[in-house]
Design a protein. Structure first.
Length: 300
């Protein structure tokens, strides 16, 4: 028999003063209550209760067992309550993995989150690669690139497009490309983790895809490093628009090939399972999504 149920039944017999009363409290028959107590006594090889027609009383062994049972049952109830509170109230440690390019977009939101939910500790790892959420113990990842593991849950938070940009001094020296094919004559800075490889992807007027091979003398897995290089006039960059929005507004960079539409990717929240999603993860994802809705100007 279930030992926890047996303990619960035994404690209820003692607390209510009889088998029938315990049965009523537990919504079971008096005979079922008797069977549970007898099973415990047989397993332990000792009598726990002295029974008369009017009342029951504990033996010395019964008193010791009762004290232990009440402590164990209280611990079980406390454990279940703590687990339920983790589901309903944000608390504990949130282990977050984020792509480096996303950090400038969410740093203010991270400050707000930790201020609103002081019972949550944020443990964040920034990496260019997509981590193994289950194997490495992460609750959540915020990624830009498509997720290869189809067993993970992916929630789209925002969409973004790319733009080809260059510094004014570079364009003054090398000229401005008028069409994607003109990129062959330019120093194109390559993002080594790009899903497009050494190609820049554009959309054609009929809705198709045009992948344009590019080459250059700088290749890096850091979008920020490429941004600094293009600001220094070292070449052209196929940049997420949100990454260079401030540079474009300030005139430090200039968009080119503006009449050609680029592909769209998404910023995604990725997590292992949607079943019993903890409050800390659920609320964090909702706040990030709301943050992007309110600050979507970079997507224009």
């Amino acid at each position: 028999m279930d030992r926890v149920l047996g303990m619960t039944t035994f404690v209820k017999v003692v607390d209510s003063g009889g088998f029938a009363a315990a049965g009523r409290a537990l919504n079971m028959s008096a005979s079922a209550v008797t069977l549970h107590v007898q099973a415990i006594e047989e397993r332990l090889g000792t009598r726990l209760l002295n029974r008369t027609t009017r009342q029951v009383s504990m033996t010395e062994a019964g008193r010791a067992y009762y004290d232990s049972c009440t402590r164990i049952l209280a611990d079980i109830e406390a454990a279940e309550q703590a687990a339920q509170e983790l589901q309903s109230k944000p608390r504990g440690t949130l282990r977050l993995n984020a792509a480096p390019t996303i950090l400038p977009l969410i740093h203010a939101m991270l400050v707000d989150f930790t201020a609103q939910y002081p019972d949550v500790s944020l443990d964040m790892t920034v990496s260019g690669r997509m981590v193994d959420l289950v194997e490495e113990g992460f609750d959540l990842a915020l990624r830009l690139l498509p997720v290869p593991d189809s067993s993970l849950i992916v929630r789209r938070l925002a969409g973004f497009r790319f733009t080809v940009v260059g510094a004014p001094e570079y364009l003054a020296q090398r000229g401005t490309p008028a069409k994607p094919a003109d990129l062959a004559a330019h120093n194109c800075l390559i993002y080594s983790d790009s899903p497009f490889g050494n190609e820049w992807r554009f959309l054609t007027k009929d809705g198709g895809v045009q992948d344009v091979p590019v080459s250059g003398n700088i290749k890096a897995n850091s979008a920020e490093a490429l941004r600094m290089a293009v600001l220094a006039g070292k070449g052209l960059m196929f940049a997420p628009r949100f990454l260079v929005a401030d540079d474009l507004a300030a005139g430090h960079l200039v968009p080119v090939l503006t009449k050609v539409q680029t592909v769209e990717l998404a910023i995604n929240a990725v997590y292992p399972s949607r079943r019993h999603l903890s409050a800390k993860v659920r609320i964090f994802i909702d706040l990030v999504a709301e943050h992007f809705r309110k600050t979507a100007a970079w997507n224009d």
